[in-house]
Design a protein around this ligand. Structure first.
Ligand code: PMP
Length: 341
């Protein structure tokens, strides 16, 4: 039988790439989006969930009925919960209170226990989702903590899968890889593999305005003044994750909430690809990079589209939400112009 699988986990990885024909027209290069929403858990995080849990099993750290704990903005939680169901583990997740209700409902639908923690407290505050998850993992016997921000297997998952897929899909022609960085695992693991194949491939990270990653890359210092609350979920940080291999990144670009939201909507309307908020962030980052660096016609750019837009229906795809942020028709960008009449 072909295209028939034993369980849902066998469908992780091998995601398709699609050419972008409209939104990146101003760049002379060919641009492909790698659609990580085609993973069964609808995001790139399926790759790290299965990789880290398989590794823990090999080490004998997990037995039937064990508990898997994680901090998550939603996507990793969904992926971990999915893997836990098939493998027979309990899943406990600590999420930030920036996470939309529908994302939390998704996690609960897959049987996870969810703790909601304040987003705007320092990472070492006992109320932060890092500290809450760490404490739960310490106090729960027979448990593992995925710890995606500081787990080298996060990088390795993408080194083993995402990087090789991109290399094969572009037949080694890729010249630029661009991805949003949260933990940094996607970009770092893919970059590590691709740079081994061709060190000239440019690796571009996309950071959020309000996060410290870009300035840390440039100065080696944490600039506390960079830190302020922002809306884009899943990218940027107020800490330095060890899953981000800064030496593999050639350049960071920083995108703001408004432009990332605008691009997300534009990608849906012009390419018919309904991606999450960081899909727009990635393309906004690419356009900003393209404005400052010239692309050639035979350049081949791959942009990672990390997840699906269905999780953002009350956020970036909601006109009310956009209005509340002051993003719609504010004189800078006119949304109406995106809708064909
Ligand atoms: N986009 C979204 C929606 C995410 O949830 C994440 C993961 N936090 C990223 C991008 C960034 O991926 P990574 O953690 O591998 O850097």
């Amino acid at each position: 039988m072909t295209n028939v699988y034993n369980n849902i986990l066998d469908l992780i990885g091998n995601t398709p790439m699609v050419r972008l024909n409209e939104v990146t027209k101003e760049i002379p290069a060919t641009v492909y989006a790698k659609l990580e929403s085609y993973n069964p858990g609808h995001s790139t995080k399926d790759r790290i969930a299965i990789h880290i849990i398989n590794a823990a099993e090999k080490k004998g750290l997990l037995t039937p009925g064990s508990t898997v704990v994680e901090t998550t903005s939603g996507n990793t939680g969904f992926s971990v919960a999915m893997v836990c169901i098939i493998k027979g583990y309990k899943c406990i997740l600590a999420v930030s209170d920036k996470t939309k209700q529908e994302k939390i409902a998704y996690l609960k639908a897959l049987g996870a226990t969810v703790y909601v923690c304040p987003a705007n407290v320092p990472a070492d505050d006992p109320r932060s989702y890092y500290e809450v998850a760490r404490r739960i993992a310490e106090e729960t016997p027979n448990s593992i903590y995925i710890n995606q921000y500081f787990n080298e297997l996060n990088i390795d998952a993408h080194y083993q899968t995402t990087g090789p897929e991109i290399w094969e899909q572009t037949e080694g022609k890729i010249t630029h890889l661009i991805a949003c960085t949260g933990t940094g695992g996607t970009l770092s693991g893919s970059a590590k593999f691709l740079k081994e194949k061709n060190p000239n491939i440019k690796i571009i990270g996309v950071d959020a305005a309000g996060s410290i990653l870009k300035s840390f890359h440039e100065t080696g210092k944490i600039n506390k003044e960079d830190i302020h609350p922002y809306q884009i979920e899943g990218i940027g940080k107020n800490l330095i994750p060890s899953a981000l291999l800064f030496d593999k990144v050639d350049e960071f670009v920083r995108v703001n909430d408004e432009m990332a939201a605008y691009r997300t909507r534009e990608i849906a309307l012009k390419e018919a690809i309904m991606g999450g908020y960081t899909t727009g962030a990635a393309i906004q980052g690419l356009l900003q990079y393209g404005a400052a660096n010239s692309f050639k016609e035979d350049d081949v750019v791959v942009a990672i589209f990390p997840d699906h837009g269905s999780r953002y229906i009350t956020k970036v795809y909601s006109d009310e939400w956009m209005n509340e942020q002051g993003f719609v028709n504010n004189g800078v960008h006119n949304y109406d112009s995106l809708y064909k009449t």
